[in-house]
Write a protein that binds this ligand. Structure first.
Ligand code: ADP
Ligand code: MG
Ligand code: MG
Length: 913
């Protein structure tokens, strides 16, 4: 059975038919580069004729033990014949020779794959033909030396330096400042010397048979798929090893044929801001890689308008056409030969988050895509970009130009970080904590013992490891920018330094890492915080609001947080934690007194003193959220959290007692004795409140049942505030949330007491407000008995942090910096259940609760107020469960709005080509 290994650029229809019409599969077969060359050919964009050996050909070649399976080479030769007749040139011909390039390209672009070889087909004979044809000896020898150089380094693996050194030497001898000043004769000599270098390194002569050149190049691309660099990269980036790479063989176009020729690269829009104009660089009279190699100073694409107006006008038209066809910003490569424009590559352009947002919005306004598509094109993570410091694009560009970009690696945790290099965790911690330094922790890879240093550092850099390495997981967990798998980095612990090539960075030197793009820079790069009030983002989010079904609320304890949340688009407060208010310095003594006294009257006084504070806090929240619901949770943590730790008290006591010994029988002594007595009292109380498992102890609703005066005071404060503010004309919607219910009777008892107080307050105030009583669901038993619970709760809210802890029987604080990371690395858990809701366990409990609760009360308000409420994957689950809203930190509200829209649109949309 003979397979079709080769597709001509104008055979995209056949390729499409072969894979069943799916464009993604066409890219899988022809590789990204090949598929788009074929597609451009179909669009009648000028593309130099050529053909693609498929990724399947690559796999078959490798499977056959690195030899061409029957028919493959013959198909390549046949395709070459077709190129000959399309161009009127002949491969290996001495009069009118065809030259081709050999270009690799898998489904995903991938460092580690073989670089391009240009000018294949040149040798001492065809060279003569080229010289006669062009009348330009210098040009042709330049082509030839490039072929020997590229073929030598790319196909044969000869290091680049001997070639570069030879050119430098020649320039010096000729007293030439640039390559442009070298003559035909210079290049001729260089070519001969290059051939000698070739022989010296390979023990073989440079192959002068054009067919041998072609065959060896093709095979080298195939083999590079299994090269170490490529395998390492795929392992790190999570790309499948069975995809294979395609090989593109394409007629050469010469951008170095004089001053009516040029070569360049461009983006159809600005990739950092999204502004709608072509951005790019080009070189007159140059070939291929010269532009990106940075050897010559490139020109701004705008100047091409003056240099070659006709070609530029056509280029502009083609950019428009490609954008219209691909319905996205394109990243293109082109070459102009004697004023004639040729396109050599197109692909969807990479862009910053800011640019992604603006381009998506603009493309809707231009009628290229729908609002739904625009919303789906921006990921929630990209919205996150607007919230953290980033490196300025211009700053990065000039750093790259000035050569201070050190290396690249995997972008595993986004954001910008600047700091001094520290090679171990202890040093990172002591520099950061004791000396207040900004630190970047640098390791080959990290281990659980390193976590304290990673937490103290601004960012993390490792030379090994992939997307699921310990460093990557911990960094994402704690929101630290990180770049991992920087294989160019050699860490030398002995000398406390690291090296990239010749560049040495010592411990304590400044570096900057960009976790968004996976880049490492020398020195301190400037950072900036993008503006969340970006006009394009606001527009995109307003579209997202049209599509989402989930409400987006926020967790806010203070009026200023509530205001910010509202500004970001929150439609309610899903969680106000009242206990935070107790920790403020003027309030803490009252709460401590309340806890420590056994005397009823003293407790009453302490609560009385706290009431006005709470009332003021709540009034502020209600005013900020005028017209929107505000859920206030009654006190939740165990009381010992409000008291000093016994260990600290004992320390203080020892101190006091020592001082007393020296000061006995004086006035100071009397005072000290009193202090000792009261501290001893405090210690006794603190010890009596000590619990072995406070997380599972006297907290939540259990507190309210034990000390009803406390929660009653809170409810009084809520309703006094609500009534006062309502009288000001504010529309208040208080919802009182009772935490940690496990049995319906707890709710029944608490609610009875609390609602009576609420009614009493409203009577006193002479005004009624709408209110709800509800509970948190954070214990499996509560979820399983939601039908009973909802008899006493008008709303439920999933506290998924505690619900995850109680479902797994894992204490988050203990696990997250310890065995949990280990679990994830070993694949025992797919991801951190405290970051993304565990669908099968916790998710199922939520589903049971919603189903049972809504069976009793179809209008039951069901929300989530755990941190998961801001996590896109968890938001998708909440959408599927039919929750009323998700509530998250104010900063994550925009992210949640977009994620909720994605959840609603998913399934409704399939990306059409
Ligand atoms: P990469 O994937 O690294 O971008 P390419 O295969 O796109 O490599 O080749 C790099 C550059 O080589 C192209 O941008 C183009 O300038 C030049 N090049 C490749 N093939 C040809 C060709 N047939 N004619 C002229 N230039 C070419
Ligand atoms: Mg390219
Ligand atoms: Mg809780």
């Amino acid at each position: 059975m003979s397979s079709k290994w080769v597709y001509f650029f104008n055979e995209v229809d056949q390729a499409e038919k072969f894979v069943g019409g799916d464009w993604d599969a066409v890219r899988g077969l022809l590789g990204g580069k090949g598929a788009n060359l074929a597609e451009m050919t179909r669009l009648r964009v000028p593309v130099p004729p050529g053909f693609t050996l498929t990724t399947e050909a690559c796999n078959a070649y490798l499977a056959a033990g690195e030899t061409f399976p029957e028919g493959m080479w013959e198909q390549e030769l046949e395709a070459l014949k077709a190129v000959e007749s399309a161009t009127g040139k002949k491969f290996g011909d001495t009069k009118n020779p065809l030259l081709v390039s050999c270009r690799s390209g898998g489904k995903f672009s991938m460092p580690g794959m073989m670089d391009t070889v240009l000018n294949i087909g040149l040798n001492d004979d065809t060279l003569e033909g080229m010289i006669k044809l062009t009348g330009d000896e210098r040009f042709v020898y330049d082509l030839y030396r490039r072929l020997v150089q590229m073929f030598g380094s790319v196909v044969m693996g000869i290091p680049g330096e001997p070639f570069e050194e030879m050119i430098t030497e020649t320039r010096q001898k000729a007293k030439a400042k640039t390559d442009a000043e070298l003559t035909a004769d210079d290049w001729k000599k260089v070519t001969e010397k290059f051939k000698k270098i070739f022989k010296k390194h390979t023990n073989k002569d440079f192959p002068t048979d054009p067919y041998e050149q072609l065959k060896m190049s093709t095979e080298a691309v195939f083999k590079s798929w299994d090269g170490k660099r490529a395998i390492d990269y795929r392992n790190a980036a999570g790309i499948a090893h069975n995809l294979g790479t395609a090989v593109n063989i394409q007629t050469m176009i010469f951008g170095n044929m004089g001053n009516d020729s040029a070569t360049g690269v461009a983006m159809t829009r600005n990739a950092s801001t999204g502004e709608k104009h072509i951005e790019g660089d080009y070189l007159m009279n140059a070939q291929g890689e010269d532009v990106v190699a940075g050897i010559r100073l490139t020109k701004d694409i705008q100047e091409l308008k003056k240099d070659l107006p006709k070609a530029y006008a056509e280029f502009e038209q083609i950019c428009k056409k490609l954008e219209k066809h691909y319905r996205d910003m394109q990243d293109v490569e082109f070459t102009i030969e004697k004023s004639k424009l040729w396109m050599l590559q197109t692909r969807d352009g990479k862009r910053t988050a800011q640019s992604a947002v603006r381009i998506a919005v603009n493309m809707v306004e231009e009628g290229l895509i729908t609002k739904e598509e625009a919303v789906l094109r921006v990921s929630p993570e990209q919205v996150d970009f607007f919230l953290h410091p980033q490196f300025d694009t211009e700053t990065k560009k000039s750093a790259k130009n000035s050569g201070t970009m050190l290396a690249t690696g995997l972008n595993v945790s986004p954001g910008a970080a600047v700091g001094m290099v520290a090679f171990d965790a202890d040093l990172a911690e002591s520099w950061a904590k004791d000396e207040n330094k900004q630190v970047i922790m640098v390791r080959p890879e990290t281990k659980p013992d390193d976590v304290h240093g990673m937490l103290a550092a601004e960012g993390i850099l490792t030379s090994r490891g992939g997307r699921t390495s310990h460093a990557a997981l911990v960094a994402r967990q704690f929101g630290k920018p990180a770049v991992v798998g920087v294989s160019a980095l050699e860490i030398d612990f002995g000398n406390r330094q690291m090296k990239v090539g010749e560049v040495v960075v010592k411990e304590g030197d400044w570096i900057s890492i960009d976790g968004t793009d996976g880049e490492v820079y020398l020195g301190q790069l400037e950072t900036m915080v993008p503006d969340i009030k970006d006009l394009w983002l606001l527009k995109l989010l307003s579209w997202a609001d049209e599509f989402r079904r989930l409400g987006v609320w926020a967790n806010a304890d203070y009026p200023k947080d509530a205001e910010r949340a509202r500004e970001y688009g929150a439609e309610g407060i899903g969680l106000c934690r009242t206990e935070h208010m107790f920790f403020e310095s003027e309030r803490l003594p009252h709460i401590q007194k309340m806890i420590l006294t056994d005397v009823q009257a003293e407790r009453h006084d302490a609560l009385e003193a706290l009431l006005p504070y709470q009332r003021e806090d709540f009034a502020g929240l209600f005013r900020a959220m005028d017209g929107l619901p505000v859920i206030i949770r009654l006190i939740d943590p165990p009381l010992h959290e409000f008291l000093p730790a016994p260990f600290d008290l004992m320390h203080e006591l020892t101190d006091l007692k020592l001082r007393l010994q020296q000061a006995s029988n004086t006035a100071e002594g009397d005072d000290l004795s009193k202090q000792i007595e009261s501290k001893e009292n405090l210690l006794k109380q603190a010890e009596s409140l000590h619990e072995t498992n406070p997380m599972l102890g006297l907290r939540g609703v259990r507190l309210g049942i034990t000390i009803p005066e406390l929660t009653t005071m809170q409810v009084r404060a809520i309703f006094e505030a609500a009534c006062i503010v309502a009288k000001e004309g504010v529309d208040v919607k208080p919802e009182v949330m009772i935490p940690l219910t496990s049995h319906v009777n707890e709710l029944k008892v608490q609610r009875g007491v609390l609602e009576a107080e609420a009614k009493k307050v409203m009577q006193e105030q002479g005004i009624e407000v709408d209110y709800k009583f509800g509970t948190m669901i954070e214990i499996p038993r509560a979820a399983l008995t939601a039908d009973q619970i909802t008899e006493y709760a008008e709303f439920i809210s999933f506290g998924t942090n505690d619900l995850t802890q109680t479902t797994y029987g894992i204490s988050r604080d203990d696990a997250e910096s310890g065995f949990l990371i280990d679990y994830i690395q070993k694949g025992i858990l797919p991801n951190n259940p405290f970051a993304t809701i565990d669908r099968d366990g916790v998710g199922q409990l939520m589903q049971i609760a919603v189903t049972k609760g809504r069976a009793k009360n179809p209008d039951l308000e069901c929300g989530i107020c755990g941190e998961h409420g801001g996590d896109p994957e968890s938001i998708l689950l909440c959408h599927e469960l039919g929750l009323t809203y998700v509530s998250c930190s104010p900063f994550r509200v925009p992210i949640a709005r977009l994620a909720a829209a994605h959840a609603a649109l998913q399934g409704r949309m399939t990306k059409d080509q």
